[in-house]
Design a protein around this ligand. Structure first.
Ligand code: CDP
Ligand code: MG
Length: 645
């Protein structure tokens, strides 16, 4: 086979050295700038080093979209499309001819369950390792254990220019071969954001203004705009269309985009391109020829808050390293310009790096995945950053409470369902219960609500008007129903079609954050999609009973059960005294028994988002739990309280 390399890519300058080192070492670390050709060229170098003969060359990608794009590209470059294929969940395009196999890291992890030696592979390339998702950390730990048992297996770890030493140390000081990137000067402009809670002149509008400014500059070139979510991308394109549709090629780029649409970003065009992307364009996908970048500085990042015991999926500020990556996209082929829709102080105040997911996730979720994947004891697993043992124990306790574990190494049927939902296990538990109690619609909406912030706003000076506007939603028994009322107010009017302007109008009069409502809708869509994968039938239109909804919620928040002591003071597990949050609809009218979605410690310990529950449900939910696991938490009828929670 004729192997040719595009000389312009920096990684090709190191070709001979890389091939030499791969031949003589089991593990090699290759850090390099995004766009230097690692993903597309390294598999070919493995072929040239003769590794294709020993078994498949497997290359993992954090995202499906990248696996597909790169597989296409490498097939073309080799002029042998049948030798290169991809495998992602639900789509396996590999055949007996496949020598180079691109796949998501989740796919390779799942394969370890059947093929613990990964016998089909002669080489594994873990790409984008700097992302440090749970899957990548699981893979790097798994491979660490596997390598001594597979001395013939070669491992290449490629990443952006972060963390290389750490990877090397993890693999017994494996050699590091750095690819130096070429970069042209980039002019960076910071802009003060215009938005506030009251005047939600969103980053979408700001970005559109920035694009307009850049398009008027005399120097031509393609543009890349970073947005946090798919919905923002579509909104941005809607606003750009009337202005640029004639003169420019407007293209979205996000994870779920169908492959033919993705390919357009790589295709040469006589029109200038404006690509609006999520953070897939940060390092996963290198868009060629970008001269201008517009960066909102935002992404959807999931983060567990051990203080409140909840995981948020909010759109939040990305770390400095990500800002720099995004800016770097415009300096690859010539001098570039980057407009940041945030101030320089804002930039300087950001975290240096995004924390690895294992340090942001609820350990219960990590353990659930580990048991599901049969990865062995988390306390002994060779993690790059091992979690503290106290937090591991706490994670096990949560899973037992939720009835997900049959024993330390096996999941219950419910646990297996929960493992399919990459969410906080408490939320997964609620959703699973919601499915079985026919409360899918409500629990999906509430699960999404619990992952974002409260959509109600109280602008200074207007607190009274805001409270008045919010009163229409209040349910006196359950703050969860209050949330459902807000949802129904905005999204559930069959008479009127949903439209952006309508939502914006509704939000203004009801003192709701338009931004948060959109996020809520977005996360709801994501969760709904996840459920569709595990569950065939869709939600029924009928609304579920109070009991069905709140039993489901109780199943996830069993630990947050509280019993009234006096007026607004409650006793929670561990004899903790908690106060009803004054914003709760139950304030001053608290029921005997209640559950809370979270406890927040400020001046006092507050129970927030609360609902009245019937203690007999605890018996049903908790009883089940006792049978299924050997943990303590149980409902003690005689004493009338929850013990050992
Ligand atoms: O992995 P790394 O970021 O180092 O670079 P790469 O993904 O291998 O990309 C090398 C070059 O190939 C870039 O200029 C990409 O734009 C280009 N490429 C492409 O034109 N079409 C693809 N489907 C994939 C990459
Ligand atoms: Mg790459």
């Amino acid at each position: 086979m004729q192997l040719s390399y595009p000389d312009s890519l920096p990684v090709c300058q190191l070709r001979e050295e890389i091939i030499e080192v791969i031949k003589h070492h089991q593990v090699v670390i290759i850090p390099g700038e995004t766009g230097s050709g690692k993903t597309t060229q390294l598999p070919k170098m493995c072929l040239e080093a003769g590794l294709g003969a020993a078994g498949t060359i497997g290359c993992t990608q954090p995202r499906r979209i990248a696996a597909i794009a790169v597989s296409d590209r490498v097939g073309e470059e080799l002029q042998a499309p049948d030798l290169v294929a991809y495998k992602i969940r639900f789509h396996d395009k590999t055949s007996d001819n496949t020598i180079i196999k691109f796949m998501t890291d989740g796919v390779l992890l799942a394969e370890t369950r059947q093929d613990s030696l990964l016998a089909q592979y002669g080489t594994i390339i873990v790409d984008e390792a700097h992302e440090r998702s749970l899957n990548i950390d699981f893979l790097l730990g798994y491979l660490k254990n596997l390598l001594p048992r597979r001395p013939d297996l070669k491992l290449i770890i490629s990443s952006a220019t972060i963390d290389a030493e750490k990877f090397s140390r993890h693999f017994d000081d494996a050699p590091i071969l750095s690819v130096s990137g070429r970069s042209y000067p980039i002019r960076t402009m910071h802009q003060e954001p215009a938005g506030s809670d009251e005047n939600e002149d969103s980053y979408v509008e700001q970005a559109v203004a920035a694009v307009t400014g850049l398009a008027n500059l005399p120097e031509g070139g393609d543009m890349l705009v970073f947005m946090p979510t798919e919905r923002d991308i579509n909104d941005t394109l809607d606003s750009l269309r009337p202005l640029f549709d004639q003169s420019h090629l407007l293209l979205p780029l996000y994870g779920r985009l169908p492959a033919p649409e993705q390919r357009k970003i790589f295709r040469p065009s006589h029109q200038r391109k404006i690509i609006v992307a999520t953070n897939v364009a940060e390092t996963s996908i290198t868009v060629p020829g970008i001269r201008f970048v517009v960066d909102t500085g935002l992404a959807r990042i999931s983060r567990y808050n051990p203080r409140t015991g909840t995981t948020s999926l909010q759109v939040s500020r990305i770390a400095k390293a990500s800002c720099d990556q995004r800016r770097g996209r415009c300096g690859r082929t010539g001098p570039g310009v980057c407009v940041r829709l945030y101030s320089e102080e804002d930039y300087l105040s950001r975290d240096e790096f995004t924390l690895p997911e294992i340090q942001r996730a609820n350990l219960a979720e990590v353990i659930l995945q580990m048991v599901h994947l049969k990865l062995g004891d988390p306390a002994k697993f060779p993690f790059i950053d091992p979690p503290p043992s106290t937090i591991i124990r706490e994670g096990y306790r949560t899973l037992r409470e939720l009835g997900a574990l049959a024993d330390e190494h096996h999941l219950t049927a419910r646990g297996r369902l929960m493992a399919k939902l990459p969410l906080d296990p408490r939320i997964s538990r609620i959703l699973v219960e919601g499915l079985s109690l026919n409360a899918r619609r409500e629990t999906t909406i509430l699960a999404a609500a619990l992952s974002i912030g409260d959509p109600r706003i109280r602008p200074p000076e207007k607190e009274f008007k805001a409270d008045e506007a919010h009163r229409q939603f209040v349910d006196k028994q359950s703050d969860f129903l209050t949330l459902l009322n807000i949802w129904n107010h905005c999204f559930n009017n069959p008479e009127e079609h949903f439209s952006k302007s309508r939502l914006s109008r509704l939000c203004k009069t009801a003192f709701l954050s338009w931004q948060r409502m959109r996020e809520w809708m977005d996360v709801h869509e994501q969760i709904d999609r996840l459920l569709r994968v595990t569950q065939k039938e869709s939600a029924t239109a009928e609304s579920a009973s109070y009991e069905a909804v709140h039993k489901s919620l109780t199943s996830g928040f069993l630990r947050n059960i509280c019993q009234k002591k006096e007026k607004n003071t409650y006793l929670a597990s561990g004899n903790k005294e908690v106060i009803l949050f004054p914003g709760s609809g139950l304030y001053n009218k608290g029921p005997q028994w209640a559950i809370a979605a979270e406890f927040i410690e400020t001046t006092q310990l507050f129970a927030r988002t609360v609902a009245a529950v019937d203690p007999s449900w605890l018996e049903q939910l908790g009883g089940d739990l006792c049978k299924r696991s050997w943990s303590e938490p149980h409902w003690e009828k005689k004493q009338g309280k929850v013990l050992a929670l």
